[in-house]
Design a protein around this ligand. Structure first.
Ligand code: M6R
Length: 363
C-alpha cells in the first residue's frame, strides 16, 4: 500500500529514518556491535579474516564500494569489490583468510548467487551475505548473514535497501576493525544512532530538491562527481537518474575530470557534485572551479563548511554537518529525491521503469 504517497519509491525514500533504526535494533549492546547477530560461530570466523572480497550487482555493488573504503580505513585489511557478472566468469585468485561477502536486496539475483556458488568451490574462509529477504537463496547458502530489515522494497529503483545495506556494512566493518585495535567503535555507534534524525533533516529539504529537479527535465546528459567514499554515492546517484528518468548520467571520481570528461562539460550538461566535509573537500572544490570555468552548471550538495561562491551557475543544497563516515549514507538521500522528482516531471513510470525488473533472477 502506497498510503499517502504517489509512488512506492517516494514512500520508501521516506521510510529511511525508520529503516535505519531497524538495522540497528537489537544489534548494539553498551555502545558495541554484537557479534552473534551474524550467526553462530561468527566470532571465530571473524578472528581469522585477513582480507575481504565483496561481490554484488547494481545498487548493492555500489554499497560494496563504499564498504571497501570503510574496511580498508577502519579495519586495515585489504578489501576487493567486483560486480557478480564479472567475478563469476573469470579466473579469480583466492588469498588465504579471505571472507567472501555478497550483498543483495532480494537474495535471488542470478549473478550474485552464481558468484557465491563459484566461490564455494574455492578456498574462501567463509561466506557472509548482507541481505534484505530472510530465507532467500543467498541467505540459505551462506555461512553467516546479516539481515538489513528494510521491509519489502517495491519500487524497482532501490532506495531504502541501499541505505540499510550501508548501515549493515558499517556494523560489519566495526566487527572487523575491533580486531585491528580500532578504538573509536563507541563513537561510531553513537554516530549511527544519530543517523535517523539526520535523515529526517535531509528529507525536510524535499521542496528545495524538487525545485532543483526542474533544471534537469530537458537535459540529455548529466555528470555526477564525488571523491573517496562519496564517489560510489555519485555512481549510485547517476544510476538512479538513468534508471527512472532515462537521462544519461555518468559518475566520475572528481580527480578524473581532467583525464577526459571535462571535454564534455558545457552549459547544457548539469554537473551534480556531492561534497560533504572530508579530507578531500578542498580538492573537490578545485575540481568544481574547473567545471565552472568551462561554463558548466553546478548542482552542489554540501554542508555549511564548503567554501563556494554561489552564482547563477551554482545551485547549492546545504545538508547538516555530520561525521565524515556517515556522509555516504546521508548524502544518498537527496540524490534519490532529485532523481525521483526529475522522473515525476518527465512523466516516466517511476516504480516500474521500462525494460527493468525488480529482481534479476535470470542472466
Ligand atoms: O536484489 P539485488 O540487490 O541483488 O539487486 C541488484 C540490482 O539488480 C539492483 O540493485 C538494481 O541495480 C536496482 N534496480 C538499482 O536501483
Amino acid at each position: 500500500d502506497k498510503g499517502e504517497y504517489r509512488h512506492y519509491m517516494l514512500k520508501e525514500i521516506y521510510e529511511q529514518p525508520q529503516v535505519i533504526n531497524n538495522v540497528l535494533e537489537g544489534r548494539i549492546h553498551q555502545g558495541r556491535v554484537l557479534e552473534q547477530i551474524f550467526g553462530t560461530n561468527a566470532s571465530e570466523l571473524f578472528d581469522q579474516v585477513k582480507m575481504v572480497q565483496i561481490v554484488a550487482c547494481g545498487t548493492s555493488y555500489n554499497a560494496g564500494v563504499v564498504a571497501r573504503y570503510w574496511i580498508e580505513k577502519l579495519a586495515g585489511i585489504p578489501c576487493m569489490v567486483e560486480v557478480a557478472s564479472e567475478f563469476r566468469y573469470r579466473a579469480t585468485v583466492c588469498m588465504p583468510g579471505t571472507l567472501f561477502i555478497t550483498i543483495s536486496q532480494s537474495g535471488e539475483t542470478a549473478d550474485t548467487l552464481s558468484a557465491l556458488r563459484e566461490a564455494k568451490e574455492q578456498n574462501y574462509l567463509g561466506f557472509l551475505s548482507i541481505c534484505n529477504v530472510p530465507g532467500s537463496s543467498l541467505v540459505r547458502e551462506s555461512d553467516l548473514s546479516l539481515m538489513t530489515n528494510a521491509g519489502p522494497e517495491i519500487g524497482v529503483a532501490s532506495t531504502k535497501a541501499f541505505t540499510s545495506q550501508l548501515v549493515a556494512l558499517m556494523l560489519t566493518t566495526l566487527i572487523l576493525a575491533r580486531r585491528n585495535g580500532y578504538a573509536e567503535e563507541e563513537q561510531m555507534v553513537a554516530n549511527l544512532e544519530k543517523l535517523s534524525g539526520l535523515c529526517e533533516q535531509v528529507l525536510a529539504l524535499d521542496p528545495a530538491i524538487q525545485s532543483m529537479a526542474e533544471h534537469f527535465v530537458d537535459k540529455h546528459h548529466t555528470l555526477f562527481l564525488g571523491r573517496g567514499t562519496i564517489y560510489p554515492v555519485a555512481v549510485e546517484g547517476a544510476l538512479k537518474l538513468k534508471e527512472i528518468s532515462y537521462i544519461h548520467a555518468e559518475a566520475y571520481p572528481a580527480g578524473e575530470l581532467k583525464h577526459g570528461p571535462l571535454a564534455l562539460v558545457d552549459d547544457d550538461m548539469p554537473v551534480v557534485a556531492v561534497a560533504p566535509n572530508n579530507s578531500l573537500l578542498e580538492k573537490l572544490q578545485a575540481n568544481l572551479e574547473e567545471v565552472r570555468a568551462r561554463g558548466g552548471k553546478l548542482f552542489l550538495f554540501a554542508d555549511s563548511r564548503a567554501k563556494v561562491k554561489p552564482g547563477n551557475d551554482l545551485q547549492l543544497i546545504t545538508l547538516p554537518d555530520l561525521a565524515t563516515e556517515m556522509a555516504p549514507i546521508i548524502y544518498s538521500i537527496p540524490l534519490q529525491l532529485l532523481s525521483y522528482y526529475v522522473a515525476v516531471l518527465k512523466g516516466t513510470d517511476v516504480d516500474q521503469p521500462r525494460n527493468l525488473a525488480k529482481s534479476v533472477t535470470v542472466e
